[in-house]
Write a protein that binds this ligand. Structure first.
Ligand code: PRT
Ligand code: ZN
Length: 300
């Protein structure tokens, strides 16, 4: 009988779309080497018991919900839509959003024809709203105690008003140019979204050492992006002020300098980028010989 920890992990990633490249890149930076199957739908992990299933993004929460996949990279908009749809049909939700990934940013917003009078959200009362996110919009309308009719679309929502199929739309926006091109005005945002990692509930995922290991590496990879290693010399007396100036650093290492009682070397990992302004402020309090280095890997 195979142990749970011997089982290969399955991760769902969007097959081809806005999230594909970033998601696969994160897995590679977690150390995964993979080869792509002949059908192009599965990437087989060569150095970890991890396989990546390439799927349509809309199917990813369902695959984790059903336990086919352990983890999934997907937009919060899709996760939230599926979560609310499951709740509406009284089905227990068996996935959790565990990490925000910092790419795929967009927002779910109402767009109204440029010529429409729109004072505030109450103007939606009685309207026909076209959307591919019926569960999120329905939840919003319920919370705002608004009565409106949902018109479900599977794509190209922005043409619904000009076709006479709806009065307003609720759709994803990033630059805003699609709405503008269709003479729609973005009037209110109901969800801010970015790519997230979803997983089976904690009680289940913690059973598998490789899932835990991968999650730890992922935290390290995400943390590393902005992190810098800074080295400098400074007067001992300025150490409290220097600690305040170093962005997001914890417990810097202090090293004595040979033959110098008053000055020390300070090494610290900063969890945020170190800007020129910071270096100039450090110089003002007596720091010298400052070096800022990129960090390649981190593990906590
Ligand atoms: O084939 P599959 O179903 O997997 O792909 P898809 O076409 O459904 O998804 P895809 O690749 O377009 O988007 C995947 C995810 O990227 C989405 O679920 C969001 O989480 C995120 N994302 C980020 C976006 C956008 N930005 C975005 N701008 N998804 C869609 N758009 C569309 C939007 O629907 C609208 O049509 O782009 C248009 C608006 O863009 P702007 O820049 O004109 O405002
Ligand atoms: Zn999709």
């Amino acid at each position: 009988m195979t142990q749970e920890s011997d089982r290969r992990i399955k991760i769902a990633v969007q097959k081809s779309g806005r999230l594909t490249e970033h998601s696969l890149d994160l897995l590679v930076r977690c150390g995964l080497l993979y080869s792509r199957g002949r059908d192009q739908l599965i990437c087989y992990g060569e150095n970890m018991p991890v396989d990546v299933l390439l799927m349509r993004d809309d199917d990813i929460p369902g695959l984790v919900q059903e336990g086919v996949c352990d983890l999934g990279f997907v937009g919060r908009n899709i996760v939230e839509e599926r979560r609310l749809a499951l709740l509406a049909e009284h089905t227990p939700v068996e996935f959790e959003q565990i990490v925000t990934l910092g790419f795929g940013h967009c927002r779910l917003s109402f767009g109204v024809p440029e010529t429409m009078d729109f004072a505030d959200i109450r103007s939606l009362e009685g309207m026909r709203i076209a959307t591919t996110y019926p569960a999120i919009v329905a939840d919003f309308l319920r919370r705002e105690e608004l009565a409106a009719t949902l018109v479900k679309f599977s794509g190209a929502v922005e043409i619904a008003p000009s076709l006479g199929k709806a009065d307003v739309i609720c759709d994803l926006v990033s630059s805003g140019s699609t709405m503008r091109a269709h003479h729609l005005r973005e009037v209110a945002t109901i969800l801010d979204s970015e790519a997230v990692l979803i997983a089976r509930p904690a009680a289940e995922r913690t059973q598998h050492a490789w899932i835990e290991r991968l999650l730890q590496r992922l935290q390290g990879v995400l943390q590393v992006k902005e992190s810098k290693y800074i080295m400098l010399h400074a007067p001992r007396s300025a150490l409290p002020r220097i600690a305040q100036l170093l962005p997001g650093s914890e417990a810097p290492t202090i090293i004595p300098l040979e033959g110098r009682e008053d000055r020390v070397a300070v090494h610290a990992v900063c969890r945020e980028n170190v800007f020129w302004e910071t270096l100039e402020q450090l110089k003002e309090v007596g720091a010298s010989s400052m070096l800022v280095l990129p960090v390649e890997k981190m593990l906590f």
